[in-house]
Ligand binder design. Structure first.
Ligand SMILES: [Zn+2]
Length: 85
């Protein structure tokens, strides 16, 4: 048995579960330290962390760009009505 982390160990299960809290900043310093040292050792969990962190950044950026409700429809309607004539 290799000691290399395959991402299926219980340590990884815990780390992945806590990733979300980690990213939300809802963990104590001790827990954060535990996770970050696991991420240092475990490429699988680091990938999961990177993915989740990128996703959150993407969502945060998208939310800033969101057009106020209804505006998009009104614009689309205006364009549609224009092009019918
Ligand atoms: Zn892991």
């Amino acid at each position: 048995m290799s000691e290399e982390c395959t991402g299926s160990g219980s340590e990884c299960d815990e780390a992945i579960k806590r990733l979300y809290y980690y990213l939300d900043g809802e963990l104590t310093d001790a827990r954060r330290l535990e996770i970050s040292s696991h991420l240092d050792d475990c490429g699988h969990c680091l990938d999961a962390y990177d993915f989740e962190a990128d996703l959150r950044k993407l969502i945060a950026n998208k939310c800033k760009d969101v057009v106020p409700g209804g505006l998009k429809e009104r614009i689309a309607d205006a364009i549609r009505h224009d092009s019918i004539d």
